[in-house]
Structures are given as structure tokens and as C-alpha cells.
Write a protein that binds this ligand. Structure first.
Ligand code: PLP
Length: 401
């Protein structure tokens, strides 16, 4: 049994805060604090450049990748870390296009995808020329998969609504049509059980600062199915994806497997923090995590709707009501979403807002209790009931929402 009281003790959680934004930036794992001090002093400080060998810095991107692999249903040596998610989207999409039948012109995505994924696809397709990004509504994706599609580029869990795609079914459908799949796991990794290998996914990418608690800007990850790893084109052919970086050859030869998806010098301090953050997952059963997450999201919806019926409060559930059709977040629409969230944050309940009108709350069993969820519903109902959000100090929009 996963001991969620024990995992909670692994995090620094500020007094007086109920944190419902671990889907955007996970809290600080205490082990990360210890590790970073050690890496700075003992490795960088004392070993200096010898640390690349003596502390095995060079293997860190793949070692951390292996720890993430377990959480997303991928076999060892199929995941590597580095760069940002936007860059990994570029790499995965470029490699997928190179593997797709050459006469296919369409990259298929949906309007619930995160803008950066769509912007990156726009940029790549502009550079390549002759291809088109087709964006349909999330519920129309399955029907839009046909023989014109080269690559499906989908984010499994919608960042606004939490709606969950059926990865196995859509992957099977894409394969039946001869297309290659790219899955973005930004809101899946550490949030729900993911079975990349079982679903037969081709490429997957994700970030580590959300549910994996790797810290602001922590390195992203990329998965390449073992059947493609030896043939996939890295496209961003940097020296650390070379088969022998320290041969300093003129010609690029990709590393034999997943390491070809590395680009440049790995961010060792950030990777070390991420490595320490992943300790929190060691005893966690993803099935039990999912059950606990569903309990928390169901409690939140029930408690909010009980205290604050839609007609009275103007709150409308924006997430699927079926817990199996959503990830680990719950979103409500409200006409005054932004000031409502500012008033909530002032009362210690931290969530966030996604334009134009979404109040977004993330649920993370590793460090969040049922009692806190009930309390946050009470505070939300009170903010709306008393119109506390109308106070002038909550009207000013900050740069980051
Ligand atoms: C959070 C998120 C990103 C962010 O990309 P970065 O390069 O890490 O800033 C991209 N795509 C999706 C689907 C996300 O949820």
C-alpha cells in the first residue's frame, strides 16, 4: 500500500497554504534541498570538471529518464531527459514526420492542446514546407484520423479542462491508418497511470516541473518506442546525441538508441534536483495514486457543488463529470475567474486561472489530504457567496496567471 502520509512528509509545504497548483509547479521536495547543496559543494565545488566522470554526470540524463520510464509504462533505456518540453515536442514531431509515409501531408492535433505544442508545430511545418497542421475539436480527433494523416500530435490530458484522451484507442486507430503518434504527457506523468509500451505509442514527451515536482524549469523528457529508437532521426543533431561525442568527428553519427535524442550539455544541477524529487515516487503504486486522485477530485466537485450550486454561484464544471474521463485536475468556469482566484490565493488556497474563464485546481495525493480539499471548497464558496472577489486589489492582472 502506498503510504500517502509518508510521501507528504517528503515535501516543504508552507504553513497556512492549501496547494492546488501542483499541476503547474510541484512543491519543493526536501530531498532536493539536500541534494543540491551536495552537488554544488562536493561535485561542482570539489571535483570540478572531474565530476563528469567521477560523479557520472554524463549518464544522468538517461539515469533520470529510466526513473521516469517506470512512471509512464516505458521500458528501461527508452526515455532520456533534457531541454524544455517545447524543444522535445519539436524533436518528437520532426522525428515522427521523418518516419511517416512521405506522401502524407497532415499533422493532426486538437484545439485543447497547449498553445506551445501548436506553435512549435506551426514553426516546424513552416520550415519543412508542404505540410499542414489540422486542428479539430478534441471529441472529433478519432474521426479525423484517416489516410491523409502523417502524425497525430495530442496531449493526453487537456490543460484547461482536464479531459483525458484514450491513448490506447487513438494510437490503435492512428496505426491502422498508417500514422505515427506523438503523445504529450505534460499533465499525465505523475498524475495518472500511463502505459506507453502497452498502448504501443511511438513518441512521447513531457515536462517534470508539474506533477513530478522537479522545480521551475526542470528538464523535460522524451520517449521513443524501442522499435524506432535505432532509426529515428534526432533532427536537433547536437554533439551529445552523437554516437561518440568525444571522438569529435566532423560527421554526425547518432547514438544507437534513445541517447540520440540528447542535444547539448545537460543541466546537471537541475537534473540532480529532479533526480532527488523522483525519490518521492519510489514506493508509489500508480493504480493507488489514481484511486486517491479520483477520491480527491470527486470530493472537491461534490463539496463545491453542494455549497455553491451553479445557478446561485455562476460556477459551472468545465471538467468531465466522469472521473475516468479526466486527469487529476478539476476546472470550473466563472465569469470572474481571475479575481475569484486572487481572492482564493489571499485566503491560502492556491490554484490558477486559464484564459478566458477557467478556475483550475490540481489534485496531488502525494501531499494533499481530503480534509484540505473540503476546506478549499468551503473557502471557494465563501469567496463567491460574500463577493469577496470584487475587492479592488483582486482586479489587477499579473503577468503569470
Ligand atoms: C506545461 C506545458 C508545456 C510547457 O512547455 P515548456 O517548454 O516546458 O515551457 C507544453 N505543452 C504542454 C501540453 C504543457 O502542458
Amino acid at each position: 500500500m502506498t503510504d500517502f502520509a509518508a510521501t507528504r512528509a517528503l515535501f516543504h509545504l508552507p504553513e497556512g497554504v492549501i496547494y492546488l497548483d501542483g499541476n503547474s509547479l510541484g512543491p519543493l521536495p526536501l530531498a532536493a534541498q539536500t541534494r543540491v547543496g551536495q552537488v554544488l559543494r562536493e561535485q561542482w565545488g570539489d571535483q570540478l570538471i572531474r565530476a563528469w566522470n567521477d560523479s557520472d554526470w554524463m549518464a544522468l540524463p538517461a539515469r533520470v529518464g529510466d526513473r521516469i520510464a517506470r512512471l509512464v509504462g516505458a521500458p528501461p533505456a527508452s526515455v532520456v531527459t533534457g531541454d524544455t518540453l517545447s524543444i522535445k515536442v519539436f524533436q518528437a514531431l520532426a522525428a515522427a514526420l521523418a518516419l511517416a509515409p512521405p506522401d502524407r501531408r497532415v499533422v493532426l492535433s486538437d484545439s485543447g492542446n497547449f498553445p506551445s505544442d501548436l506553435y512549435i508545430a506551426d514553426g516546424l511545418l513552416t520550415a519543412l514546407g508542404g505540410r499542414e497542421l489540422k486542428v479539430v475539436a478534441p471529441e472529433e480527433v478519432a474521426d479525423a484520423i484517416n489516410e491523409s494523416v502523417a502524425v497525430t500530435m495530442l496531449t493526453e490530458v487537456d490543460y484547461r479542462t482536464g479531459r483525458l484522451h484514450d491513448m490506447a484507442a487513438l494510437t490503435a486507430r492512428a496505426h491502422a491508418a498508417g500514422a505515427i503518434t506523438v503523445w504529450d504527457l505534460a499533465h499525465s506523468a505523475g498524475a495518472i497511470p500511463v502505459h506507453l509500451e502497452q498502448a504501443d505509442a511511438d513518441f512521447a514527451v513531457g515536462c517534470t516541473y508539474k506533477y513530478l515536482n522537479g522545480g521551475p524549469g526542470s528538464p523535460a523528457f522524451i520517449y521513443v518506442a524501442p522499435r524506432h529508437a535505432g532509426v529515428a532521426q534526432p533532427i536537433l543533431s547536437g554533439w551529445l546525441g552523437h554516437a561518440e561525442p568525444f571522438a569529435f568527428e566532423r560527421g554526425y553519427r547518432p547514438a544507437p538508441g534513445i541517447e540520440r535524442m540528447r542535444v547539448g550539455t545537460p543541466p546537471i544541477v537541475a537534473l540532480s534536483i529532479l533526480d532527488a524529487a523522483l525519490d518521492a515516487w519510489d514506493g508509489v503504486d500508480m493504480g493507488e495514486l489514481r484511486a486517491a486522485s479520483i477520491r480527491l477530485t470527486e470530493t472537491f466537485i461534490r463539496e463545491v457543488e453542494r455549497r455553491c450550486p451553479t445557478d446561485d454561484c455562476g460556477l459551472a464544471l468545465a471538467s468531465p463529470r466522469d472521473p475516468h474521463a479526466r486527469g487529476s485536475q478539476v476546472s470550473f468556469r466563472h465569469d470572474h475567474a481571475y479575481p475569484v482566484m486572487q481572492a482564493l490565493i489571499a485566503r491560502g488556497v492556491i490554484g490558477d486561472v486559464r484564459a478566458p474563464d477557467i478556475l483550475r485546481f490540481g489534485f496531488t495525493p502525494l501531499y494533499l489530504s481530503e480534509a484540505e480539499v473540503v476546506q478549499s471548497a468551503t473557502i471557494l464558496a465563501d469567496v463567491i457567496d460574500t463577493r469577496a472577489y470584487e475587492a479592488p486589489e483582486y482586479q489587477h492582472r499579473a503577468a503569470v496567471t
